[in-house]
Design a protein. Structure first.
Length: 278
């Protein structure tokens, strides 16, 4: 069992950051259905989306420098772990590069070393949005972690990805052709090299380009990383049926607003929404 020291520290710092206004939690309410919706979780915003999250055009880089009130701890000499300023879940963390690295560039071994270092202590659902078309709100490189206790479900579509990995799911999905998935090593000595090798293998499978020749992928994409697997999803746009879709949409998490076609999601399920963004 992992120590989860980092998560405990994140929660402690979150309490202080909320009190001083450095963290502004998004006020949401979870949708409750008379039928059990086991492959997605729908929440509604009870307050307006912060302008900062929906404004387009030039913005100040919030990570250079980052707000010291949000800092959890340095991870290595190239990455720092901070709190998400606008979380739905308290303790939502961002792993950022200390200096400018483009979100839409190739990830490198140092990035996966930092992820592995955090993951050795606190795990959960990691996700990455490579560009605006994949749901990114910032061009400065950052990874996101929603921590989970070992008894908690990682995400609503965790079992779907496991069945895709094990080739046990009937091939009727409308989105599986845009997903590449790899098993994570169970070896205690597994390292960032394993994650980086999987990343490069998935890039090749999905024809995103040669990491040694071109300076960025040919297509936008998302990453989802759990203790069991790492998955890459290619993208073409960030919106469908009034929903803004980042990597969490493929994990089964949807945030509804007044513009969202909630009826379609509830009636047909998440793949009806997701197939339009790949």
């Amino acid at each position: 069992m992992k120590s989860q020291f980092i998560w405990s520290r994140a929660l402690e710092i979150s309490r202080k950051a909320v009190n001083c206004g450095a963290v502004i939690p998004l006020n949401t309410i979870k949708y409750k259905s008379s039928e059990e919706c086991c492959d997605f979780e729908l929440r509604f915003l009870k307050s307006p989306i912060p302008k900062y999250l929906i404004e387009y055009g030039p913005k100040r880089n919030p990570f250079i420098p980052w707000d010291s009130r949000l800092q959890i701890q340095p991870i290595n000499d190239k990455h720092t772990l901070i709190l998400n300023k606008y979380p739905v879940q308290i303790g939502h963390m961002l792993l950022i590069t200390n200096t400018w690295k483009p979100q839409n560039g190739w990830l490198n071994k140092d990035d996966f070393e930092a992820i592995q270092n955090v993951d050795n202590d606190t795990t959960g659902l990691w996700f990455f949005n490579s560009s605006k078309e994949a749901g990114a709100s910032q061009p400065h490189r950052h990874f996101q972690l929603l921590p989970r206790h070992f008894t908690e479900s990682i995400c609503p579509r965790f079992d779907w990805f496991c069945s895709l990995l094990n080739n046990t799911k009937e091939n009727k999905s409308e989105i599986s052709h845009c997903i590449s998935i790899r098993q994570r090593s169970k070896n205690e000595n597994s390292s960032e090299c394993d994650l980086f090798s999987s990343y490069k293998s998935m890039i090749d499978e999905m024809n995103l380009g040669d990491i040694d020749i071109i300076n960025k992928p040919l297509k936008p994409y998302n990453l989802l990383i759990t203790s069991e697997w790492i998955a890459l999803i290619t993208r073409k746009t960030d919106r469908s049926n009034g929903f803004s879709i980042n990597a969490l949409g493929f994990a089964g998490y949807f945030l509804g607003t007044k513009r969202s076609d909630v009826d379609t999601l509830i009636k047909f399920g998440p793949e009806k929404i997701l197939k339009d963004v790949i």
